[in-house]
Design a protein around this ligand. Sequence first.
Ligand SMILES: [Zn+2]
Length: 249
Amino acid sequence: MTLRSVVAFFAHPDDETVLAGGLIALLVQQGIAVHVVCATRGEGGELGEPPVVPDHTRLGEVREAELRCAVETLGASLTLLNYVDPLIGPDDVLYPFDADIGTLARQFVHIARQRSANLLLTHGGDGEYGHPAHQLVNRAVLEGTRRMLPRTLVYTVAASVPNIEDRLWNQSEPAHFALDIRPWAERKIAAMECHRTQHALFRRRKQLRTVAEALRTVESVRRQLPDTHGEPPDDDFARLLRTAGAWRP
Ligand SMILES: [Zn+2]
């Protein structure tokens, strides 16, 4: 088997770029088709600073356009699943979108089959910083793959890399591979530029002035399926990553 087609499933617009923009650009550069599936339009998220839209009524529409821009910039294609991202609650409480996990898994599997995907990418089981929508997508991909796509490779992103501090690492999932994505940084930064409503959010965390400064230069993955039984993964994605300069932390 060689990698031909990858389906990457995320919860919100910008997750694809922030968590996997460099990896997606690498795959596309290798001639591999990458299809991004996004569950929601990020309707509950930030309006921008200064606001790009006056209120939440049009945010989904604007963020959909931002997502299309980013996915096109990365060289991938896109399906939106039309789930609705709930507003962030008081004290910044995060909520999952309302979905039946079995239905979500079947929708994802249907797209993966249509695309003849031989690699699936998704959120980590910790939901990165504990986002319940990310965790829901992770569970749907793992359940759907186990039941309906046996032997298909599933890697999760933002696996934790020792000695690199990042609030997005999934602490319970140590990385199998970490990659310095600076060779693909230009693409990732251009995709980040598309997500205008989220720029203040990207910058705020580290008190930065520009979006480019907020770039994460290391992206990481962990193989979830098929189980490697504690052995280091040795599959087509693992080989591609090693060729691209990835290391095993
Ligand atoms: Zn998200």
